[in-house]
Write a protein that binds this ligand. Structure first.
Ligand SMILES: Cc1ncc(COP(=O)(O)O)c(C=O)c1O
Length: 358
C-alpha cells in the first residue's frame, strides 16, 4: 500500500494517483460544511441509514425513483457491507483484472472464491464481455461490475449490459454495479434499470464531488434486496452528519459543477494524452476515458510500473502503478488521475517528458 501519510505531508504534490478531485469545490458545499460545524452537528449521531433528504437526492440523481438507498461510509464501506452480509450465500465473486481489488478481498475473508476475468485486451474493449463471463458464471455468483472501469476507463453500452444481465438472470446471480465514476461518463446505463430485482448500485461522493476525506457513499436497491443489508447496517450509528450536509449541498448544485468538472477533466486528459504520445511510452489504453483517469501502457521500455511512479514522485507527481489493481498486468501500466488543476496535468507532462527508455 502507498504511504499516504508521508505523501500528505508533501503540500506541493500533484495528487494524480487516487482519482480524487482537487478543484476549488462549490461554495455551497464549503458553506454547508462550515455551517454544520458551527452548529456543532458533529456532536450527534446521524440516522442509521442516513438523512432521508440525502437518500432521495441520490435516488433522483441516479434516476431510480422506485428504489431505496442507504448511506455508507464511502462507497467502500457499502461494498464491505454487501460482501460481508451476502457472503454466506455466495458461490463465488466474479470481478475483472484489472479492477478494484477490495470486494474480492472482503469475500475471501469468508472463504468465498474469487474469479478475476482478464480484460486487458483491445479486442475485448478493455472490459468484461458476455462471452468471457459465460465461461465463469455459476449459480449463486456475485458479479462485481465497475463501470466506468477503474483503472482502464472503459464503460459498458446498454446492449453489452443486457447480454451480461441475461447471463446473471439465468444463474440467479446478484450484480453489484459500482458506479463510483458514473458522473464522468459521456453516457451511462444502470444495470438496475435492466435487472432491478437482483442489482445493488454503489455510489460515491469521493470523485465527482471531491469529498474523499469525508467518507460518504451509498447503496441503492429495491427494498427487498436492500433489506438484506439494512436489517443490520454496518454502521448503525450513521455516517458523518457533516459529510451528509456537504453532500446534500453538492447534489443541489450538481448541474453547473459537473459541467465545469467534466470540462477540466477532458482538457487534462488531452494534456496527459499528448504528453504520452510525444514520448516513446504508451499508448493511453482507452480513449476517451469515461472516468477521471487514464491508463497508460509502459511495457517494452525497460521500466516497471512501480519504477515509473517512483520517478514521477521524485518530480512531485503522484500517479498510480498498475500493480495496485492488477495481479496479471500491473507491471505494464500506470494510471493518471485527471480531475485536478490543469497546472498539475502540465507538471505531469513535463515530468513524463523526462522519462527515457532504458
Ligand atoms: C471502483 C471503486 N469503487 C469504490 C471506491 C471507493 O470509493 P469511496 O471513496 O466512496 O469509498 C473506489 C475508490 O477509488 C473505486 O475506485
Amino acid at each position: 500500500m502507498i504511504d499516504s501519510e508521508a505523501l500528505l505531508k508533501r503540500s506541493d504534490l500533484a495528487w494524480m494517483g487516487q482519482n480524487t478531485t482537487h478543484l476549488e469545490p462549490p461554495a455551497e458545499v464549503v458553506e454547508a460544511l462550515l455551517e454544520s460545524t458551527h452548529r456543532r452537528e458533529f456532536q450527534f449521531y446521524a440516522p442509521a441509514l442516513g438523512f432521508e433528504e440525502l437518500r432521495e437526492l441520490i435516488l433522483a440523481d441516479l434516476g431510480l425513483p422506485g428504489q431505496a438507498a442507504m448511506i455508507t461510509d464511502g462507497a467502500v464501506g457499502g461494498l464491505h457491507h454487501i460482501c460481508t452480509a451476502l457472503a454466506p450465500k455466495l458461490s463465488r465473486l466474479i470481478a475483472t483484472d484489472p479492477g478494484w481489488p477490495w470486494p474480492g478481498r472482503f469475500v475471501q475473508l469468508q472463504d468465498v472464491p474469487v474469479t478475476a476475468v482478464e480484460v486487458y485486451s483491445a479486442a475485448a474493449g478493455y472490459k468484461l464481455t458476455a462471452a468471457a463471463l459465460a465461461k465463469v458464471i455459476e449459480p449463486g455468483a456475485l458479479l462485481y461490475l465497475i463501470d466506468p472501469l477503474n483503472p482502464l476507463g472503459s464503460s459498458y453500452r446498454r446492449d453489452e449490459l443486457e447480454a451480461i444481465v441475461e447471463l446473471a438472470r439465468d444463474h440467479d446471480a446478484i450484480v453489484v454495479h459500482d458506479c463510483t465514476y458514473r458522473h464522468f461518463a459521456d453516457g451511462h446505463t444502470l444495470v438496475a434499470e435492466l435487472y432491478p430485482e437482483a442489482t445493488l448500485t454503489t455510489y460515491s461522493f469521493s470523485k465527482w464531488l471531491g469529498l474523499a476525506g469525508l467518507r460518504l457513499g451509498a447503496i441503492a436497491g429495491l427494498p427487498g434486496l436492500l433489506g438484506r443489508l439494512t436489517a443490520v447496517p454496518s454502521n448503525p450509528l450513521g455516517a458523518s452528519i457533516v459529510a451528509q450536509r456537504a453532500a446534500i449541498a453538492g447534489l443541489k448544485v450538481s448541474g453547473g459543477w459537473l459541467r465545469e468538472l467534466r470540462r477540466v477533466n477532458r482538457r487534462n486528459q488531452e494534456i496527459v494524452t499528448e504528453a504520452v504520445e510525444r514520448s516513446p511510452f504508451g499508448p493511453v489504453l482507452v480513449r476517451p476515458s469515461q472516468g477521471n483517469f487514464l491508463a497508460v501502457d509502459i511495457a517494452g521500455h525497460g521500466w516497471t510500473a512501480d519504477q515509473v511512479c517512483a520517478a514521477l514522485l521524485e518530480r512531485d507527481v503522484f500517479i498510480r502503478s498498475g500493480t495496485y489493481q492488477s495481479p496479471a498486468f500491473g507491471d505494464r501500466f500506470v494510471k493518471v488521475s485527471t480531475s485536478v488543476p490543469t497546472p498539475w496535468a502540465e507538471r505531469f507532462a513535463a515530468a513524463w517528458a523526462g522519462l527515457e527508455p532504458r
